[in-house]
Design a protein around this ligand. Structure first.
Ligand code: DSN
Length: 426
């Protein structure tokens, strides 16, 4: 068959875009070449509904080994008793947790999307807000920090079956112990969605949620630097508090409920080529090199935050503990939309983002979210990210000057040539 040049030319074009630009979307990263090679490999041809040793198809002996390796490595990273590596995404992982823990109409309590939360934590636009009764906590206006008093007050009033912690746009660490104490007062399950900071938690650089939160989910492609996908994890398995039994009358444990909720509950055949790539990424995370990466992510984020503050940018919570920062642009007379679009022209990629108590719509927003996992993978250090802040500031203070923007675009391309991306791909 002829090579599909139309598609492969576009893939080549995307490689050049990634090489020539500065990638600051907080949820993106660059996988290793071997993670990508595993993704583009023959397990994609295999149907394997079920779990290792218990499949609905023949010929699963090799993918059983692949999936078992991925599970074992993930268990080693986070010191787990059980893990499911089949969720196709973080949203699928959260969907399966809802199915395992909640019944339609049950109450859930999550961080409000407009305060940094996630769609799957109860947003009315998402299955989680349509199927369940969602309640929210936020951040404090004065500090930008999670309002744990509000969380507790809403939890005690509404008595949700599940409390979710975790965020998409929150730059500070979480007090998981405190959330569990609230949950224990009302018998709620705590789900920690660590999709954003998982790679930093993996190396002990942020608080560990696993002893306090009953269930933990994550994506695998953000700070974990693996293929796009999701996982569900338990450090401690436990009997389901609702006494749900199997047909033989045995009480199902939470791990069994979660396995059933992924397959057959919400997914069919697992993507074994992606699971192979997850196994590769998990192997990389177990290395000492990954700890060096994690520390550099935090050092870069802090250097970048400091550089923004020195140029008069208003950071929510005035800084960061993790890999990202959220910037309120109202004192710069810019919307998030305008900033994103203008920076895009200079090949600096980030996303507009609502800031807490935003007065603009989610399509416009007053802020931008900036993250460093991808540029850190490319080898940038503190001085380099401070230089990026200079470039961003130049674009944003000359947002209607096409000449300045074009000059910055050239500077960006030259600057990033010092940090080769996938040189093996030619
Ligand atoms: N889209 C992800 C992010 O950018 O944070 C969340 O799902």
């Amino acid at each position: 068959m002829q090579k599909d040049t139309l598609v492969f030319d576009l893939i080549q074009k995307e490689l050049q875009r990634q090489r020539n630009g500065i990638e600051l979307i907080a949820s993106e990263n660059f996988t290793s070449l071997q993670v990508m090679q595993a993704m583009g490999s023959v397990p994609t041809n295999k149907y394997a509904e079920g779990y290792p040793g218990k499949r609905y198809y023949g010929g699963c002996e090799v993918v059983d080994e692949i999936e078992t390796l991925a599970i074992d490595r993930l268990k080693q990273i986070f010191n787990l008793s059980w893990a499911n590596v089949q969720p196709h995404s973080g949203a699928q992982a959260n969907g399966a947790v809802f199915l395992a823990v909640m019944r339609p109409g049950d109450k859930v309590l999550g961080l409000d999307l407009s305060m940094g939360g996630h769609l799957t934590h109860g947003s009315p636009a998402n299955f989680s807000g349509k199927t369940y009764e969602a309640h929210f906590y936020g951040v404090k206006k004065e500090t930008g920090l999670v309002d744990y008093e509000q969380l507790e007050a809403v939890a005690l009033k509404e008595k949700p079956r599940m409390i979710i912690c975790g965020a998409s746009a929150y730059s500070r660490d979480w007090d998981y112990k405190r959330i569990r104490e609230v949950a224990d007062k009302i018998g709620a399950i705590v789900l920690a969605d660590i999709a954003h900071p998982a790679g930093l938690i993996a190396k002990g650089l942020l608080n560990d949620p696993f002893d306090h939160c009953h269930i933990v989910t994550s994506t695998t492609h953000k700070t974990l630097r693996g293929p796009r996908g999701g996982v569900i994890m338990l450090r401690h398995d436990f009997e389901n508090p609702w006494g749900i039994k199997d047909p033989k009358g045995n009480t199902r444990t939470m791990s069994q409920l979660l396995d059933l909720a992924v397959f057959p509950g919400t997914q069919g055949g697992p993507l074994e080529h992606v699971i192979a790539a997850k196994a590769v990424a998990f192997g990389e995370i177990l290395s000492d090199e990954f700890a060096v990466y994690g520390k550099q992510v935090i050092a870069n984020a802090q250097a970048m935050a400091k550089a923004f503050v020195s140029k008069g940018y208003n950071l929510i919570s005035e800084g960061t503990d993790n890999h990202l920062m959220l910037i309120d642009l109202r004192n710069k007379n810019l919307t998030g939309k305008k900033a994103q679009e203008t920076l895009d022209k200079a090949h600096i990629t980030l996303n507009k983002n609502a800031v807490p108590f935003d007065d603009k719509s989610p399509f416009v927003t007053s802020g931008i979210r900036v993250g460093v996992p991808a540029v850190t993978t490319r080898g940038l250090k503190e001085a380099d990210v401070a230089n990026i802040v200079d470039l961003i500031d130049n674009v944003l203070t000359n947002a209607d000057d096409e000449k300045v923007i074009a000059a910055v675009k050239d500077e960006v391309k030259n600057f990033m040539q010092q940090f080769p991306l996938y040189p093996e791909l030619g």
